[in-house]
Each structure stands twice: as structure tokens, then as C-alpha cells.
Ligand binder design. Structure first.
Ligand code: FAD
Length: 503
């Protein structure tokens, strides 16, 4: 009796749970703002090790560790603290709620099928346990189901998608970070479950291969903000052209920050808009529009993922189910290690390995090389990127790989086969990018840098290059590979009856 009476007296005082997921920030975090309005808050992050959901790749795990440290510090500044747990949220959260004194739980939504299934189950289980469950949009300008074609169906083509999205009006203004939090503790019985970042074992130790990533990045909200400001000062003017140049720092480098929600898309949008209106970013309107449309591709990818839950594993265009992919393990390994003999491809794959990131133009070149020159299944590329990218994203990675393969929505036409030599010459005109990542070729003159096998023997010798020893011979011959790909893709006729007019 006494216990019952106490429980009914409690709700107004019971703590709120704030469950951080892909929103590792305190600014413009709608779930956090609402949680703080409930009174005392227990902040948690659960490293999800359930096999039901796709495990994070190694580079993403490294990023996550740094991001959790940064979030902990940001929370501490406003009086909060971050509790780290590990396990399956479907089991952990109901237990936590049963053993603690919680009145409510708050989170920001995700859009992958297994994440939605988890949230739906939890919503029902936790509501059944008597606590209020509230979820928010903290990840997208427009949630996937809010943008449709004129007839109300999901969009299949980017341009009309983005037009419809823009017609929905300006994104909402970012919410300020709470200035003060009343932090509550986990129940005493849970002290043994709370872990340090180190105990989550997210970072590589033997060997520690994260040196290049540490040098290249500052994970966390402050690093995100710094990248955005630097981009507005130095990258935005000329973005439309220069974004294709891997030898320049002309793009925002916001992708891992956005992936982990260290900065919100609303913040990026509004800070950029303020720079445009205030004239502080001296860039032509076209550059702003181009940058906005790249953010639009992120939105479109999430739209595709939501409506096609198997986007990372199943051809969006089912005609590709019959495609005769090759299974050449040696070729795959050469591609992964940056040893294909095509310098721009190898430079990209080595940049990826060292820094966890690759320039977008080069992602397209190496992607095309994998699926067209090597005729290897796009899923092998998606999987490698998933493991090695710090920005590995369930929506962007899957949608981009299907786009490259031609099996995706609004995809590259089958006859578009990137020529790695001319792409290198055009987008890395002085060869700075290739020389940086493929230093064994750095003494070659630009004329031969993208096709060292055409250089005279004496010149190769003078540049210290021995093909087949210091640098590989091309693993496939470009012209032959191109003909083979054209024949295979043409036989499939992927463009004939699919989607290209399907708004
Ligand atoms: P910016 O040019 O500054 O663009 C700003 C933001 O817009 C990016 O941070 C990103 O969030 C978004 N964006 C830009 N281009 C795209 C695009 N084509 N599709 C979707 N969103 C885009 N991006 C990821 O975030 N995660 C991935 O796992 C990923 N995998 C890719 C795989 C392949 C094969 C290809 C071709 C592209 C992939 N991309 C992925 C898209 C793109 O390459 C990166 O978003 C971009 O290079 C990140 O650099 P940035 O932040 O400087 O981009």
C-alpha cells in the first residue's frame, strides 16, 4: 500500500531518460531540450551489439569513441553527465525502466528498417511499463514520408524530390543548447553496467591504425562547427566547380559530423543561410544552391532508405538481380589496398585507408572502377566503405553505391564508365593528389602520372619507378575492361524499362 501511494505521488519528480543515438550534440537537439523540461535527466548512450542491426564499421567505431568523449565534456559543462551502456537496447531499456524511477524517455528518430522496428517495439514496451515515450526529428530537414510525388507516392528521381522538399518551406530554426541541466544518476544497481569509453573497446590497439584519422579530424561538435566555418570562409566560393577537385580542400568535410549528429542539418542550413544573407560568405548564389542540393542528396538518400529498407543489400532495380558479377578475390584485394595500377584509384583507396574519408569525385571513380572495370558486385564496395569510412552512413553509402552501379534510383546510366586516366588529368591537373597518396610515383612528370605504363623506360628509371615492383602494372587493361562492362551492362538493358521517368 505504502509503495503504491509513493509511486503515484512520484511522477512529477521522476527523472527523464535522454537516449542519445545518432545525435551526439547538445545544440539543436529537440529530444534533449524536451527531456530537460521534465526536470532531472539521466543521459545514456547504448553501444548496440545486437546482431539484428548492422554493426558499425571499424573506422566509425573509432569516430564514435572520440565523439562520445566530446559529448561527455559538452554535457558536463551544463551540469549533465553521459552514462555509457553496452547491449541490446530492446532488453536493456525495459530493465532499466523497471529498476529505476523514470517518468519519461526521449530520443531522436532514425530511418533504417531495423532501427525503426526497435523503436516501435520499445515504444510499446516502455509505454506498457508506464513511462511516457517521445521521439523527434533531429536528423533531417524533412522526414522521409513528408515528401512525395504529386500523386502521393515515394520519389524516385532527385530533381523533383528536391523541388518538392524545397516547396515545404524553410527548415525550422535550430534550438539553443540547454544552459543548465539537472543530472540524475542511474539506479545504484546499474553502476556495474555503466562503462567508460575505453571499456567499450571501440578503438584499435594492436595495431593502432588510427594515427591518420587523428591527424585529419577533430570529432565532436566543436570540430563540426570549425569545419563549417572554415568551409564558409574558404570553400563555398567556387564550390560548384572546385568540389570536384580532390587536390583542393573545397568541400565542407562535414559528412562524419552529420553522420553522428554532432551538428544538425538545420544548423548547417541556417548558418549557411545567415552567411548568404549577411554577405559574410562571399560566394555566388549558384555555389550556395549547389551546396544546398548536396545536403538534398543526403535527404533523398534517407527517403530512399526509408522506402527501400534493404537498400544496402538488395538491388533497387531488380533487373540487376540477374547481373553476372565476377568473383575475383585478388582484384578485390588490389582495389581495397590501393594496388590496382591506376594512380587516381589507388590514391583514393589509400586516402580512405589513412584518413577514413575520400573525396566525392574519387569515390565515384573508385566505385565505377570496382563495378565496371572489375565487374565486382557493388555490395562488396559498399561493405568495404562501411568498414573504412568515418562517415559510413546507412542511407548515403547504400544509395551512392547503387547510383554508381546503375541499379539505384535516378542512377548513373550503364554506359557511363569513368576513365581513370582522364578523370585524374581533369580533376587533379597538377597531380598533387596522386603524388600525396601514391608517393612512389611522385617523381613522374604529370604527362605520365595517371598512366605510368605509357612512360618511356628511361624516364621511369629516372623517376625511381619499376612497374610491377615499386608500383603495380594495371590489373586490367582499360579498353578491354570498358568493352567487357559495356557488353555486360547492355545485355541487362537496365535503363529500358525502369524508373527514369518515375517521379
Ligand atoms: P560536401 O560536398 O561538403 O557536402 C555536404 C554534405 O552533403 C556532406 O557532408 C553529406 O552529408 C552531403 N552529401 C554530399 N554529397 C552527397 C551525396 N552524393 N550523397 C549523399 N549525401 C551527400 N556520404 C556519406 O555521408 N556517407 C557515406 O557513407 C557515403 N558513401 C558514399 C559512397 C560512394 C560510392 C559515393 C560516390 C559517395 C558516398 N557519399 C557518402 C557521398 C559523398 O561522397 C560524401 O557525402 C562527401 O564526399 C562528404 O564530403 P563533404 O562533407 O566534404 O561533402
Amino acid at each position: 500500500m505504502t509503495q503504491l501511494a509513493t509511486t503515484t505521488d512520484l511522477p512529477a519528480k521522476r527523472a527523464a531518460l535522454m537516449w542519445f543515438r545518432d545525435d551526439l550534440r547538445i545544440e539543436d537537439n529537440p529530444a534533449l531540450v524536451q527531456a530537460c523540461q521534465e526536470g532531472a535527466v539521466v543521459c545514456i548512450y547504448i553501444f548496440d551489439d545486437s546482431p539484428v542491426r548492422r554493426a558499425m564499421g571499424a573506422a566509425s567505431r573509432w569516430w564514435l569513441a572520440q565523439s562520445l568523449r566530446a559529448l561527455s565534456q559538452d554535457l558536463a559543462k551544463i551540469g549533465g553527465s553521459l552514462n555509457l551502456l553496452k547491449g541490446d537496447p530492446a532488453q536493456l531499456l525495459p530493465r532499466l525502466v523497471k529498476e529505476g524511477e523514470f517518468g519519461s524517455i526521449f530520443w531522436n528518430r532514425r530511418y533504417g528498417a531495423s532501427e525503426i522496428a526497435l523503436d516501435t517495439q520499445l515504444k510499446s514496451d516502455l509505454t506498457g511499463l508506464g513511462i511516457k515515450v517521445s521521439s523527434f526529428n533531429g536528423h533531417l530537414l524533412n522526414e522521409p514520408w513528408t515528401v512525395t510525388t504529386k500523386t502521393g507516392t515515394p520519389c524516385k528521381v532527385f530533381t523533383p524530390y528536391w523541388r518538392a522538399a524545397r516547396e515545404k518551406g524553410e527548415p525550422s530554426a535550430p534550438l539553443p543548447a540547454p544552459t543548465k541541466m539537472a543530472a540524475a544518476a542511474l539506479p545504484a544497481s546499474w553502476a556495474i553496467h555503466a562503462l567508460t569509453v575505453e571499456a567499450l573497446a571501440l578503438e584499435p590497439t594492436k595495431p593502432d591504425w588510427s594515427g591518420g584519422m587523428r591527424q585529419a579530424w577533430q570529432p565532436g561538435a566543436a570540430g563540426a562547427r570549425a569545419n563549417l566555418e572554415r568551409f564558409l570562409d574558404e570553400g563555398l566560393a567556387g564550390y560548384g566547380e572546385n568540389r570536384n577537385r580532390p587536390d583542393m580542400r573545397a568541400t565542407s568535410h562535414l559528412s562524419p559530423h552529420l553522420r553522428f549528429g554532432e551538428i544538425s542539418i538545420n544548423q548547417v542550413w541556417h548558418v549557411t543561410e545567415a552567411a548568404r544573407l549577411g554577405g559574410t560568405a562571399k560566394a555566388p548564389a549558384d555555389d550556395f544552391a549547389k551546396f544546398a542540393s548536396e545536403l538534398g542528396w543526403r535527404e533523398f538518400s534517407n527517403h530512399l532508405l526509408f522506402h527501400n529498407p534493404d537498400l544496402a543489400t538488395k538491388n533497387y532495380n531488380p533487373r540487376f538481380d540477374a547481373f553476372p558479377w565476377d568473383t575475383n578475390a585478388k582484384a578485390l584485394a588490389a582495389w581495397q589496398r590501393g594496388q590496382t595500377g591506376y594512380p587516381i584509384v589507388d590514391a583514393g583507396m589509400r586516402e580512405l585507408w589513412a584518413t577514413g574519408w575520400m573525396h566525392n569525385r574519387v569515390r565515384m571513380i573508385v566505385g565505377s572502377f570496382l563495378v565496371k572495370h572489375l565487374l565486382l558486385d557493388w555490395r562488396l564496395g559498399e561493405d568495404w566503405f562501411w568498414d573504412t569510412l568515418v562517415d559510413a552512413d546507412p542511407a548515403n553509402n547504400a544509395a551512392s553505391w547503387q547510383w554508381i552501379a546503375g541499379s539505384g534510383a535516378d542512377a548513373a546510366p550503364y554506359f557511363r564508365i569513368f576513365n581513370p586516366m582522364t578523370q585524374g588529368e581533369k580533376f587533379d591537373p597538377k597531380g598533387d593528389y596522386v603524388r600525396k597518396w601514391v608517393p612512389e610515383l611522385s617523381n613522374l612528370p604529370i604527362k605520365y602520372l595517371n598512366q605510368p605504363w605509357t612512360a618511356p623506360q628511361g624516364l621511369l628509371l629516372a623517376a625511381g619507378v619499376t612497374l610491377g615492383q615499386s608500383y603495380p602494372q594495371p590489373i586490367v587493361e582499360h579498353d578491354k575492361a570498358r568493352q567487357r562492362a559495356l557488353a555486360a551492362f547492355k545485355a541487362l538493358k537496365p535503363d529500358d524499362d525502369f524508373a527514369r521517368n518515375g517521379e
